[in-house]
Ligand binder design. Structure first.
Ligand code: SF4
Length: 85
């Protein structure tokens, strides 16, 4: 990775690069989705979706906070858990 990109990136999460302008939240995210989690990192918070298996962008995290009940990925996650996948 070039030195220039280092300014905008932070650690790797399960092979994914975190791009601070895209992923870093400055307020603690709060979603009632059972597949949602977050970690404190780089002076902010990184949200993560267990169904997608990757960090969430800031826009995605906001949708997880407000529209988690109707999220299609959540339905998939529930089906996967019910079928033991
Ligand atoms: S994308 Fe959907 S399933 Fe994943 S954390 Fe957000 S609301 Fe939950």
């Amino acid at each position: 990775m070039s030195a220039g990109l280092d300014e905008f990136t932070t650690g790797r999460k399960k092979g994914s690069v975190i791009y601070k302008p895209i992923h870093l939240l400055y307020t603690r995210p709060n979603s009632q989705c059972e597949f949602f989690s977050y970690e404190e990192e780089a002076g902010g918070y990184i949200a993560h979706c267990r169904v997608l298996g990757r960090p969430l962008t800031k826009d995605e995290a906001i949708k997880c906070e407000n529209y988690w009940r109707s999220c299609p990925f959540r339905r998939i996650g529930i089906q996967m858990e019910e079928s033991g996948i």
